[in-house]
Structure formats: structure tokens, C-alpha cells
Design a protein around this ligand. Structure first.
Ligand code: HEC
Ligand code: HEC
Length: 152
């Protein structure tokens, strides 16, 4: 009988650990890894709003100072998938300035303890380089218990 009481309690205790888990959905098209993870990591779709993803995908020719153009079939496939899996939790679904995860209010808030000069370290280079510090970022793990900031 006791397990009936313990199980819901365990579920509640486990929640904070899941809060920073943004797993890449299982229906991820192969094209996403192939086309969107060559210059940086494959960002979890759940970290940006639908509108932000639409903006990014409709302007790949001018993608943050580079050309990330795709053929129209691949572009449509990735867009559809990103929009379907875009942020739903209110915190992450707020429109992000410049279509950047790193300019969103939640990102700035979560990283306010990271000093300005730390972002410039050669082992990091950019706030967009999530996996420099979040060692399992590519698995969607952004837990505060799984961070190692490069010392230079
Ligand atoms: C040719 C290289 C290249 C390709 C291919 C590419 N990107 Fe990027 N992307 C960049 C660069 C460069 C930046 C800016 C990184 C920085 O500021 O450090 C960027 C930034 C981003 C950001 C914003 C990161 C932030 O600051 O929050 C998102 C989101 C993004 N890319 C999504 C995508 C998607 C989706 C695709 C696939 C359709 C893609 N990228 C393909 C080069 C690329
Ligand atoms: C310079 C290292 C660094 C980089 C690069 C970085 N982060 Fe972080 N991140 C941190 C630190 C430090 C925290 C605060 C952990 C804490 O609350 O103690 C954090 C917190 C977070 C949290 C909240 C974690 C939690 O448990 O509540 C998320 C989500 C997150 N980062 C996502 C990202 C994403 C997405 C990127 C890339 C676009 C990124 N971070 C880039 C260092 C970094």
C-alpha cells in the first residue's frame, strides 16, 4: 500500500532535475543534425518560440553573419519540425530578441552570475556555445549540476 504514497512523492522530488532537461525530440529529422549542427550544436527546439524559429528558417541566407541556405524541401522539413516542437512552457516561449536564445530574458536571468569576461574565454568564445559549459548540452541536459566552466 505504501508505494501508492511514495511514488507521487518521488515524482515531485524528481521534477527539478527534469526542469533543465530539453531532450531533442525522437522525431528529429536527420536533416536537422546534418544541416543545423555543423557550425554549432543542434539547439533544442523547445528553447525558442515558434515565431523565432519561423524567422530564422525564413532568413537562412543571412544567418547571423553567415549563409546557412538549404534546398526548399529540407528547409520546409526542418521548419515544420521546429515549429511543431517549439517552446510551450511560458518562460521559453517568450519572443527572443534577434531570434537568439542567448538574448532571451530567461537566458540572461539564468546566466547573470557568469561575468562578462568569462564569455570571451577561448574555451567558450560565445554564449551560443552552450556545450562549452553544459557538458551534456547535446543530450539536452542543461542541469545546474552538470556545468563546468572552462578556466581559460
Ligand atoms: C554555416 C554555419 C551555420 C549553419 C549551417 C547554421 N548556423 Fe545557426 N548560427 C551560426 C552562427 C555563426 C551563429 C552565431 C553564433 C554566435 O553568436 O556565437 C548561429 C546562431 C544560431 C542561433 C542563435 C544562437 C543564440 O545566440 O542563441 C540559432 C537558434 C541557430 N543558429 C539555429 C540554426 C538552425 C536552425 C540551423 C539549420 C537550419 C543553423 N543554425 C545552421 C552558423 C550556422
Ligand atoms: C560560460 C558557461 C555557459 C555557457 C556557454 C552557457 N551556459 Fe547555461 N548556465 C551556466 C551557468 C553557470 C548557469 C547557472 C547554473 C546555476 O543556476 O547555478 C547556467 C544555467 C542554465 C540554465 C538553467 C539550468 C537550471 O538548472 O535551471 C539553462 C536552461 C541554460 N543554462 C541553458 C543554456 C543554453 C541553451 C546555452 C547556449 C545557448 C547556455 N546555457 C550557455 C553556464 C553557461
Amino acid at each position: 500500500m505504501k508505494t501508492y504514497f511514495i511514488l507521487p512523492l518521488l515524482a515531485i522530488l524528481a521534477m527539478p532535475a527534469f526542469a533543465a532537461k530539453m531532450s531533442i525530440p525522437i522525431d528529429t529529422p536527420k536533416s536537422y543534425e546534418a544541416e543545423c549542427a555543423s557550425c554549432h550544436m543542434a539547439y533544442p527546439p523547445s528553447l525558442l518560440s515558434r515565431k523565432n524559429w519561423q524567422n530564422i528558417m525564413s532568413n537562412l541566407g543571412k544567418h547571423f553573419g553567415t549563409d546557412a541556405s538549404l534546398d526548399s524541401k529540407t528547409q520546409a522539413e526542418i521548419t515544420q519540425w521546429l515549429v511543431k516542437n517549439a517552446a510551450t512552457r511560458s518562460k521559453y516561449s517568450v519572443f527572443a530578441p534577434e531570434n537568439r536564445i542567448t538574448k532571451s530574458s530567461w537566458f540572461i536571468h539564468e546566466h547573470d552570475e557568469v561575468r562578462f569576461d568569462i564569455w570571451k574565454r577561448s574555451g567558450i568564445k560565445s554564449p551560443a556555445n552552450c556545450s562549452a559549459c553544459h557538458i551534456d548540452a547535446t543530450k539536452g541536459d542543461f542541469s545546474e549540476h552538470n556545468i563546468r566552466i572552462p578556466i581559460k
